[in-house]
Design a protein around this ligand. Structure first.
Ligand SMILES: Nc1ncnc2c1ncn2[C@@H]1O[C@H](COP(=O)(O)OP(=O)(O)OP(=O)(O)O)[C@@H](O)[C@H]1O
Ligand SMILES: O=P(O)(O)OC[C@H]1O[C@H](OP(=O)(O)OP(=O)(O)O)[C@H](O)[C@@H]1O
Ligand SMILES: [Mg+2]
Length: 281
């Protein structure tokens, strides 16, 4: 039987989710109205669903794996577990109010809080012993204060530009740091999942590492290798030029330019960076 995977059909996570699946070698829909897709070659079936509903399908065991937001997973209360963060759809879930009015969580007592994430907000209030009224809205919650249905909002913040436009500012601690996550049903590992997970993790590593090549005098190799230790250890091959070697190692993408400067300073030449398309470590 094929592995059944839930993928966001719309919204902020949808495009990045299908991108990561494509990069991992899976077929993806070409038409945004398509509801399901069977990838026979890879033994998987994709179901394009509302991201908010995905944790429920996986928690019930109807589907084996899902891609959703950590905030949506928490909010659902479904019996699905986060397996790994996927590094996209990053946001913070925050309280916000009119400029200069709120500065402290204690001011939430007795307030009306508008949100689309009632589950997340209620459990936060409970944990902090705060009594407040939660107003459930479907979206555009930033406007609810001006329209008089709430005093405060709790919502997803990415760049903060929606808040700024509404004349609001965040206050209090961050309720939740979110990103897209891979979820499965608590306690069970569906057959075929290990291969799927390895492929996705391969894409994540390929995105966060680059391949570095350079030439260096043999006498300086140990200093250079200390800077680029690689995963198992760098490949070192003789160069046709007497006393020189070629070094190849995976290095983290972040800081790779600085690393090139440092290598140059200790005598490395012909330093090249190349993208990695996929990998299995
Ligand atoms: N501006 C944003 N930046 C990053 N992630 C976001 C942003 N807005 C929503 N998300 C994330 O997307 C998920 C919500 O999915 P949803 O389909 O509601 O996305 P949406 O972009 O809000 O869609 P909709 O257009 O239906 O409101 C959550 O995990 C949330 O953290
Ligand atoms: O901090 P920013 O970069 O401005 O992004 C945050 C906004 O993005 C989402 O809204 P969305 O576009 O999904 O509309 P919605 O409120 O109707 O869900 C979210 O609900 C915030 O309103
Ligand atoms: Mg939204």
């Amino acid at each position: 039987m094929s592995l059944r995977i839930a993928v966001p059909n719309k919204g902020s996570l949808s495009q990045s989710a299908t991108d990561i699946l494509r990069e991992a070698g899976y077929r993806q829909r070409e038409d945004s109205k398509q509801l399901t897709l069977i990838d026979t070659d890879n033994g998987v079936e994709f179901f394009y669903l509302r991201p908010r509903d995905i944790a429920l399908y996986v928690g019930e065991g109807t589907l084996d794996v899902g891609i959703t937001g950590r905030d949506l997973l928490r909010d659902s209360g479904a019996k699905a577990d986060e397996v790994t963060g996927l590094g996209f759809g990053r946001s913070r879930f925050r309280f916000a109010g009119p400029l200069g009015v709120f500065s402290d969580l204690s001011q939430l007592a007795g307030a009306r809080i508008a949100t689309s994430y009632v589950g997340v907000v209620r459990s936060f209030l409970e944990e902090h012993g705060i009594e407040a009224t939660v107003v459930r809205l479907d979206g555009a919650v930033e406007t609810s204060i001006k329209l008089g249905v709430a005093d405060v909002i709790a919502d997803v913040v990415e760049t903060g530009s929606t808040l700024r436009q509404a004349g609001l500012e965040v206050f209090g601690e961050t309720i939740l740091e979110s990103e897209a996550v891979l979820v499965t049903r608590g306690g069970s590992v569906p057959s075929g999942f290990e291969v799927f997970k390895r492929r996705i993790e391969g894409v994540l590593v390929a995105r966060s590492y680059v391949m570095m090549d350079y030439d260096i005098e043999e006498a300086r190799v140990s200093a250079a290798v200390a800077l680029t230790p690689g995963i198992e250890g760098p490949t070192i091959a003789p160069l046709h030029r007497e006393g020189w070697v070629a070094v190849r190692a995976m290095v983290p993408r972040d800081g790779s330019q600085r690393l090139m400067d440092e290598l140059y300073d200790i005598g490395a030449r012909g330093i090249l960076l190349t993208d990695i398309h996929a990998c299995r470590l």
